[in-house]
Design a protein around this ligand. Structure first.
Ligand code: FPP
Length: 242
């Protein structure tokens, strides 16, 4: 596949929204949308790697998703475990490092083991890191980081708190994409989003294809990131690409 030489975000984060509506439009159960969403995620990881993206962070299950009907929650847990056991070998071949971000509390032993195995077996992979936010909330992340600092008696500064966030090894996302037409963060990476470029797509996640990803990357390339400075202060190379 030919990939256009645009400025590519090193770290993309995605709120994969719209699975339920995609399924309803087809008179299918919501879970069919989530299953299709897994296939789209697989393709997106591959496309991001081809574009040279080094980190992809996706919101798969929020702290608030426990409020969904019990059968949907349990189906989402099953989808995760099945997808991990089915895809692990291919992910290893493709050089994908998997990391799960979020609280392990409340997850079953079966789910926890499946996350641990996938993390352990892909730990040395270097092509792209896929962070799957599971049982994650941005407020939880900040509170958890502050608790770690407080219990260690460490001073709370922007740097020390950032270092304790669940994404500390990957840095902040350059680009946050939300599919499905809604325009909010829904408790995703709240601290880390401080200087991220935001991109909202009408496309429902199960329809998010290469062209939709390309459009998001093109939009990112056209933005000027000033990080509080003026245009004149930016080095030429930072203009529209930093
Ligand atoms: C939001 O769509 C989507 C989710 C809450 C689940 C996202 C999960 C996947 C894409 C499955 C793949 C992930 C893994 C690794 C398990 P929605 O259900 O809120 O859609 P709606 O807004 O149309 O109702």
């Amino acid at each position: 596949m030919a990939v256009a030489p645009v400025s590519v975000p090193g770290h993309i984060a995605i709120v994969m929204d719209g699975n339920g509506r995609w399924a309803s439009k087809r008179f299918l159960p919501r879970i069919a949308g989530h299953k299709q969403g897994v296939d789209v995620l697989k393709r997106t990881v591959r496309s991001c790697a081809l574009h040279g993206v080094k980190v992809l962070t996706v919101f798969a299950f929020s702290s608030e998703n426990w409020r969904r009907p019990a059968d949907e929650v349990s189906a989402l847990m099953d989808i995760l475990v099945v997808a991990l056991s089915r895809e692990l070998n291919q992910l290893k071949k493709d050089g994908v490092r998997l990391q799960f971000i979020g609280s392990r509390q409340g997850l079953s032993e079966r789910v926890r083991q499946s996350l641990d195995t996938a993390e352990r077996e892909t730990a040395d992979n270097k092509v792209i890191t896929l962070n799957v936010c599971f049982n994650y909330g941005g407020r939880w992340d900040v509170v958890h980081a502050a608790q770690l600092l407080a219990s260690a008696g460490e001073e709370i500064t922007e740097e020390s708190l950032s270092a304790k966030l669940s994404t500390s090894t990957c840095g902040d996302p350059d680009l946050i994409i939300r599919t499905g037409g809604e325009m909010r963060l829904s408790n995703f990476l709240l601290w880390q989003a401080a200087y991220s470029e935001l991109y909202f797509s009408e496309v429902l996640w199960p329809d998010f294809d290469e062209a939709a990803l390309e459009a998001a990357i093109q939009a990112f390339a056209s933005r000027e990131r000033r990080f509080g400075m003026t245009t004149e202060q930016l080095p030429a190379s930072k203009n529209a690409s930093a």
